[in-house]
Design a protein around this ligand. Sequence first.
Ligand code: NAD
Length: 500
Amino acid sequence: MAASTVTETRETDLLASVPDGLFIGGEWRAATGDRTLRVFDPATGRVVKTIADASPEDGKAALDAAVAAADDWAKTPARERAEILRRAFDLLQERKEDFALLMTIEMGKPLAEARGEVGYGGEFLRWFSEETARVQGRYGANPEGTGRMIVSQHPVGPCFLITPWNFPLAMATRKIAPALAAGCTVVIKPAELTPLTTLYFAKLLQDAGLPAGVVNVFTTSTSGAVSEPIIRDPRLRKLSFTGSTSVGQRLLEQAAQGVLRTSMELGGNAPFVVFEDADLDKAVDGAMLAKFRNIGQACTAANRFIVHRSVAEEFANRVTERVQAMRIGRGTEDGVQIGPLIDDKAVAKAEELVGDAIERGATLRTGGQRPDGDDTLSAGTFYEPTVITDVQAGSDILREEIFGPVLAIVPFDTEDDAVRIANDTEYGLVSYVFTESLSRGQRMIDRLETGMMGLNVGVVSNAAAPFGGWKMSGLGREGGAEGIHEYLQTKYTLTANPYS
Ligand code: NAD
């Protein structure tokens, strides 16, 4: 095993300081019947902590607390709400190393990337602390001059937030911060695979002075059974979900009954288009980021590398060389770039997709298997970073989200072909385009059916930008000036003409 600056004692002490209960109405409590669930380290397969496993009654108690706190929080002056968010941002900077290590332990990402996530996740606290005081309405005469129109913004009310396992901190702050900024109280349910970061973050919010009941957290191994009654409860006013499209569709059906406001950040199948006039140095750097960040487990991960035939071979050679130099291991070890996948199912999926592509005629350049001959990796769910070229139309890997470190290259001949291949998916979250031609870049902005685009860059996420997808990648936007409006509702009031 490679050297690590993180000692076992440091890990044990950190894990001991993470709460293991449900956070409801400002108090930490056990689940009904003292039910528990275990959290694992995907790099070692070891149990790292046992925490509360909520039942439907616990879920209801969490919603009760959010409802009870809603009026007071909505009335709390914007400046006060902003200052709590800002204190949370400051505390997160102080605890940055703890949050980073905790994410590496429960999710597997390399420590350097986990630190990056603390930076990114924290920015939502800062951004929305600044946006809090900027919520405005308008006032003016109606066109007929017979009255005065007032347009005002109001918090939507109690919200239910459901987050995935791949970005345990950032997906939580991207929802909690705008909700709190808008004056809404929340119940949040983190993924059962990586619940510790959200529990630790709830403790931070307590330390930042957040009043009881404004944020409530439950963890559970039975997400569907506990969530559905909350979604169907008429007191709930908003559901914000990040996760797979299939679960999102099911939750939208449940939300339809109460005509709930919904935000859906769902799956992706990002095209990464390299034109013949691209700067290949930039394209290769962008590809490494867009593909291998978070071990390929990001909704924004480039899924299909659509590369002009004249540069496809050189591009493939250069990424293969970079991939072969990557270090696999537990994320706490120095220099590791590829940690474990989240679980065995994820490894099996990567194996199946690569196997299917090869069977249909693709060429394996590197990787394509679980790392062998290394005992320290055999207990974890590792998969070698992989490059495959000449992927044929109809291969599963072009249609499904890979969610693993597999870079799949498809050659193209004309700009129209590139656009057709890129748009040939039900998803529309993000696209990446590499070209040195301004007019071609502008055409791609018009023609690619995605909610976000990286033009000569491999990562687009920013707290100040509206994150979200087109087509089956979702509804609504998180971050940017748009983000807070997901948690506000508009009221128009007509008042009489003051002179009549
Ligand atoms: P998932 O859909 O399996 O789970 C997401 C969350 O939903 C988890 O908390 C899970 O416990 C919960 N859940 C599962 N079934 C549920 C049910 N019946 N009722 C209520 N909650 C339920 O997704 P995942 O595997 O955790 O995350 C990976 C997926 O998330 C990928 O598809 C990825 O693209 C997507 N994702 C999207 C974004 C985005 O912003 N668009 C960001 C990150 C991840």
